[in-house]
Write a protein that binds this ligand. Structure first.
Ligand code: NAP
Length: 253
């Protein structure tokens, strides 16, 4: 793991990932770099980790400081070690149905749905949020499972007009209280990806949990819903990467 700077939320995410690795028996190293680190230093570190056969997963905690060329950083990570699934090659692989690593947050959502036995095929899914790390891969992964998917973003006109039709509603906008009960169909499955810290320090999602839980058939809490699944899928991707590495070594020998 590579952590640049002192963003408190990023530090918490990295700490949670380190603990989860320990619990699962995965050996993790955290490289903490100064917030003014130069692009070249970061690129050199990634190049070293790419070449290290004892490393099977490389994660650069986002967001990065503004002076860092994020696209270049992500493209420098070897696709075979890109356990976050953010490298352009892996994005293309996901789009074309040749997934190498599924991005961890939407992967966690898919696993939650599978675990609860919630069918996706033919369902009307609405994804609120269209970011590269959550909304877009979420939509692609559910489309690949034969859902009919609509994606809404900040400029969507009359958001409720879309959300009310959703059998499965995935919300990843980063706006506390964005989704209220009248916007949700009775019996819908509601997945709240949002993590928002209010002024009083309380962590809430994007969904009004108290109101919406009275209409939904299933709903994820924040904290404690999608967040832990994201960390879990990072471990899954890392183990998958290690298994692929050793399988390739066995084939070569
Ligand atoms: P992001 O990059 O800021 O993207 C937010 C997306 O939501 C954008 O597509 C934006 O639209 C859209 N949006 C913003 N306001 C909206 C509104 N009023 N109505 C409809 N769409 C709106 O955020 P992100 O990285 O995807 O993260 C989203 C949320 O999930 C954040 O709260 C983040 O902390 C959380 N998160 C949680 C996990 C987890 O493990 N649980 C992992 C990652 C992120 P535009 O494209 O038009 O700007």
């Amino acid at each position: 793991m590579i952590l640049v700077g002192h963003d408190p939320a990023s530090a918490v995410y990295v700490r949670n990932k380190v603990r989860a690795c320990e619990a699962a028996g995965i050996h993790s190293f955290t490289h903490r770099l100064h917030e003014k680190v130069e692009n070249e230093e970061l690129l050199n570190l990634i190049t070293r980790l790419n070449a290290d056969p004892s490393v099977h997963g490389i994660l650069v905690q986002l967001p990065l400081p503004a002076h860092i060329d994020m696209a270049r950083i992500l493209e420098t990570i070897a696709p075979s070690k890109d356990v976050d699934g953010f490298h352009l090659y892996n994005v293309g692989a996901l789009v074309t149905g040749n997934t190498v690593f599924s991005p961890c947050t939407p992967y966690g959502v898919v696993k939650l749905l599978e675990h609860e036995g919630i069918p996706v095929e033919g369902q009307n899914v609405v994804v609120v949020g269209a970011s590269n790390i959550v909304g877009k891969p979420m939509a692609l992964m559910l489309m690949a499972r034969d859902a009919t998917v609509a994606i809404c973003h900040a400029k969507a006109r009359d958001l409720a007009q879309f959300t009310i039709g959703a059998d499965i509603l995935v919300v990843a906008a980063g706006v506390p209280g964005l989704i209220t009960a009248p916007m949700v169909k009775k019996g819908a499955v509601v997945i709240d990806v949002g993590i928002n810290r209010l002024e009083d320090g309380k962590i809430v999602g994007d969904v009004d949990f108290a109101g919406v839980s009275r209409r939904a058939s299933h709903i994820t809490p924040v904290p404690g819903g999608v967040g832990p699944m994201t960390v879990t899928m990072l471990l899954v991707n890392t183990i998958e990467s290690a298994e692929r590495f050793y399988a390739a070594q066995r084939t070569a020998s």
